[in-house]
Design a protein around this ligand. Structure first.
Ligand SMILES: [Zn+2]
Length: 515
């Protein structure tokens, strides 16, 4: 595992002592392969890994010590390296384990090789055709006013954003505040570029949509999370292309506009070249551990993600691989049910033609064949995320502080019709130290269990925290301790489910929810 060494220290002006647990986010657009620039973890160890709190194994559960978080974290590192290789092969701004890309193919090979190395049977990569995929080729955004020009390095087009005309645009910039109706009173957005400001956790103002409806030709949504991260957003579904912008760049634009003499406007020059690339493929990656019966347990995880995609979803894939490795060591006769592992293509290519793997699994014939005797399906998705705090009260600095603990997760375990599964899961999460929100989600957390839970007894836990979908979603943001706790809990759930007959968990297919 990569050790995060102190490379910058924070001195508090008042006391002159080194602060601890500060993870300052000033240099967040540094290339991910560079040493982490900004960690000042617990001073005694100088290593975040060693500072993390590890939940002790409960008495009598030593068998689960074979699921080792530091070992699982290697799998996070290996997947992040696939992403960085793709970035370094000429994709400096839109990169990751992107569906249809060479990184997708490499991730499929990597996973199949892992399954094979454990002696898993029926390992195969099932290719799937993709509709044309959105790949932005090049873009550039500058803001000029009062003799100054700012290049917005952090600007990232929302997924599926429409290309700008060749030559780009050169239009007036408008400061849009939060982008609420009140913020835009008296402002003419027609034919202009609008900057709006928001942050995860604030009330949604639908600013991008409102700016689009008011005639803006480019929309810049600034994320006020400290630092200058690139954030890859899902589609804005607007006519005008929308970009996300990091906080430092966004504040610089705001200050530039504020400093202009009355009557002068700032100007935005922007280009965005997009290709819809046809004839690409993705894949489902299968591995099986035959059990004593033909009843099944499915463990799935999506392979795709943006940038290093460590929390989303190298961590989930690592948990799935860890479970395959753990149960592969068990004699077949001791596995009551056949275990099927699927590396899903994923869903970050959201929109028409996305999530082809999930769609394939939902085809009636496949569904009937695969899931008729399924006692449990676990979706491993974002199982471990570092707990961070933004601008904590009374702590100086416009920074994100890191803690030595993993976040509480959203969760779902069988839903209201399967109280037995909920009870098993809650007990396992408690015993193995997996913090949860106090109430389950009415439906699975956003992610791939959404395609399975209506006809299989599903379990999922997930959290989407500050670095989600950003170029700062490095392996360090996935604490090995959380990975270990959640994966052990999943194993415990599997073992407890295996003590019960199929009928305890099986229910008729639930209707498609009407939101
Ligand atoms: Zn995910």
């Amino acid at each position: 595992m990569r050790k995060v060494m102190i490379s910058a220290v924070m001195l508090t002006a008042a006391s002159g002592v080194m602060s601890v647990l500060s993870h300052v986010t000033r240099a967040q657009t540094a290339p991910a392969s560079a040493p982490a620039p900004d960690t000042t973890p617990l001073a005694a160890s100088h290593k975040l890994d060693d500072a993390l709190l590890e939940w002790p194994l409960p008495p009598g559960e030593q068998v689960y010590s074979r699921i080792d978080g530091k070992h699982l974290h290697q799998y996070v590192e290996e997947q992040a390296a696939i992403s960085r290789r793709y970035r370094d092969q000429g994709h400096p701004k839109f990169w990751g384990r992107i569906i249809g890309s060479s990184a997708d193919a490499e991730s499929a090979e990597w996973l199949a090789n892992k399954f094979k190395s454990f002696g898993t049977s029926d390992v195969r990569i099932q290719p799937l055709d993709l509709s044309p995929q959105w790949f932005p080729q090049k873009w550039d955004v500058t803001v000029t006013g009062g003799g100054k020009t700012i290049r917005l390095d952090s600007a990232q087009p929302d997924y599926r954003a429409a290309a700008l005309p060749p030559g780009g645009l050169d239009v007036e910039a408008v400061y849009g505040g939060l982008g609420s109706a009140a913020d835009l009173v008296g402002k003419d957005l027609k034919g202009k570029a609008v900057f709006t400001y928001t942050m995860f956790g604030t009330h949604s103002e639908d600013a991008v949509k409102r700016a689009d409806e008011n005639g803006a030709v480019a929309i810049f949504e600034v994320d006020m999370l400290p630092g200058n991260m690139r954030y890859q957003a899902y589609p804005s579904n607007t006519k005008a292309p929308a970009f996300t912008v990091g906080s430092d760049d966004g504040l610089a634009v705001r200050d530039l506009i504020a400093g202009l003499p009355p009557g002068q406007a700032a100007h935005v020059k922007a280009t965005l070249d997009v290709q819809m690339v046809p004839n690409l493929k993705t894949a489902l990656v299968w591995g099986t551990l035959p059990g004593a019966t033909d009843e099944t347990i499915y463990i799935v995880a999506h392979r795709d993600g943006w940038f290093e995609a460590s929390g989303d979803n190298a961590g989930g894939v690592a948990a799935m691989v860890g479970l395959a490795e753990y149960y592969a060591r068990m004699p077949q006769a001791r596995r009551r049910r056949t275990m099927v592992f699927i590396g899903l293509d994923g869903h970050h290519n959201t929109g028409p033609g996305s999530a082809v793997g999930g769609v394939w699994l939902n085809e009636p014939a496949n569904k009937a064949k695969l899931f008729a005797k399924t006692a449990l399906s676990i979706n491993c998705e974002h199982p471990s995320t570092i707990q961070t705090y933004v601008r904590p009260r009374y702590l100086a600095g416009d920074v994100v502080h890191w803690s030595n603990m993993y976040t509480a997760q959203q969760w779902y375990a069988g839903g209201p019709s399967r109280p037995e599964l909920t009870t098993i899961a809650v007990k396992a999460f408690k015993e193995f130290g997996v913090p949860l929100l106090t109430e389950p989600n009415p439906r699975p957390p956003a992610g791939d269990l959404g395609r399975l839970y209506r006809f299989t007894p599903g379990v999922a836990t997930s959290e989407f925290f500050h670095y989600f979908h950003t170029d700062r979603e490095t392996p360090d943001t996935v604490p090995w301790t959380g990975l270990q706790a959640t994966t052990r809990a999943y194993a415990k759930i599997i073992d407890e489910v295996n003590k019960q007959p199929l009928r305890t968990f099986q229910r008729p297919e639930e209707p498609v929810p009407t939101r």
